[in-house]
Design a protein around this ligand. Structure first.
Ligand code: NDP
Length: 397
């Protein structure tokens, strides 16, 4: 019996549950656990039959996790709760002897700092225990790291310039909503921009650098340079990179709302006193914003995420663009979730599957680009995220 445990019953957890249930030859015993069991049960019912067991767990509590792991005995846990739970889940994995996969790096709740140091510090302990931890196995981070590794393996002798481009050209019909957990999303997009150039990090004001970039089947969209966590691991694992940047599209309406939210203090993560009890403004805001998991039904349009790479092959300069486009409505029809949850959940399932079949197994803590990209690229085409490549094109960056 190969058991898999999914933690987190949000938008991404919904997709992971649907996708693992589609591969019974690999995942024959599935459990979905989250803080609210009713959400797990609703997802299990939507998947259908008795394929998915459910459980309640507080993933901030290591002992609760250990008890669950010891009773269900999963081979691997897919952590799609929030980045705040990464370390407690990794601690419990070490204690109970379970392998680990996530889609977002650890963040301490009290400070929005995006770095792998906390999780990389677990490497020796996972290695000694003979356990695998796969970090950042969503789309970005995740597929973007696999795309980079694939490009470096097959199309370049050296990669020099990497621009990750993330466009959501979808329309959910709401004046303002975030595509994944609002708290995590707003922390990410309101921080200062940062990119890697000539061996050091260059910091910018939030959204200071922007330009229109043309996305396949979508057209030009204003794209903003922001910091994104995979840049840290990619510049470490591909030291030939002279520059690495991340671009994300935002609509004017979204940016105006974001500015207002920040100006009135609602993006703050510093606790305030409200009617005699402490609250965090951003967490309160999350409670009144649309639930990203509910956006799917009326979401039209598509996402386009890829890597634009320049480097050398056979002493000749070469450009390469590899990307996936995902249609929100297709994602919704298949899983009941919108495209951003889908593009995150499918790679998480694929990473766990490659672990299960022995292709992505090594003792220690690793980012996705440290594994062989080929089987992952193959599985993307089979499980709903087909990719396309363009050679020697104008990268616009
Ligand atoms: P949601 O907020 O929709 O879901 C998070 C889930 O985690 C909720 O069901 C919540 O439970 C559960 N949860 C939160 N805290 C705990 C806890 N202490 N114990 C148990 N369960 C808990 O988020 P998303 O599904 O949108 O995102 C999930 C993850 O995916 C996030 O880490 C996000 O950063 C990451 N992500 C990664 C992307 C990538 O491409 N790499 C892109 C998008 C997201 P409850 O509902 O009961 O509160």
């Amino acid at each position: 019996m190969e058991r898999i445990l999914i933690i987190g019953a949000g938008g991404v957890g919904t997709v992971v549950a649907h996708k693992v249930a589609q591969v019974p030859a690999v995942f024959d015993d599935i459990m979905l656990a989250s803080r609210t069991r009713a959400k797990c049960e609703a997802i299990a019912a939507a998947v259908g039959g008795t394929k998915i067991k459910t459980a309640q767990v507080d993933a901030d509590d290591v002992q609760q996790l250990v008890a669950l792991f010891k009773s269900f005995r999963p081979a691997i846990v897919i952590n799609v709760a929030l980045p705040y739970q990464d370390l407690t889940i990794m601690d419990a994995c070490l204690e109970a002897g379970v392998n680990y996969l996530d889609t977002a790096n650890y963040e301490p709740p009290e400070v929005a700092r995006f770095e792998y140091s906390w999780q990389w510090a677990y490497h020796d302990r996972f290695k000694r225990a003979g356990l695998t931890a796969i970090l950042g196995c969503g789309f970005d981070p995740g597929v973007t790291g696999v795309f980079t590794a694939y490009a470096a393996k097959h199309h370049f002798d050296e990669i020099h310039y990497l621009d990750i481009v993330d466009c959501n050209a979808g329309d959910h019909g709401k004046p303002f909503a975030t595509n994944f957990n609002p708290e995590i999303n707003i922390r990410e997009v309101t921080q200062k921009g940062k990119y890697w150039e000539q061996g050091k990090w260059v910091e910018t004001e939030p959204h200071e650098i922007h330009r229109p970039l043309t996305y396949p089947e979508i057209g030009p969209r204003e794209s903003y340079l922001i910091y994104h966590e995979e840049l840290e691991s990619l510049v470490k694992h591909f030291p030939s990179l002279r520059r690495a940047r991340f671009w994300m599209t935002f609509g004017q309406e979204y940016l105006t709302h974001l500015r207002v939210i920040q100006n009135i203090g609602m993006a703050s993560i510093t606790p305030i006193l409200y009617e005699g009890r402490e609250i965090i403004p951003l967490q309160f805001l999350k409670a009144v914003l649309p639930d990203p998991g509910e956006l799917g039904e009326h979401y039209s349009g598509k996402t386009s995420i890829g890597c634009r790479i320049k480097g050398v092959k056979n002493r000749r300069e070469k450009t390469y663009y590899v990307y996936n486009n995902c249609t929100h409505q297709d994602a919704y029809r298949e899983t009941g979730a919108q495209g951003v949850s889908y593009t995150t959940g499918v790679p998480a399932m694929i990473g766990a599957m490659l672990f299960m079949i022995g292709q992505w197994q090594k003792s220690g803590v690793f980012n996705v680009e440290e594994f062989d990209p080929d089987p992952f690229m193959e599985q993307l085409n089979l499980h709903g995220l087909p990719w396309h490549e363009l050679h020697d094109v104008d990268l616009e960056v």
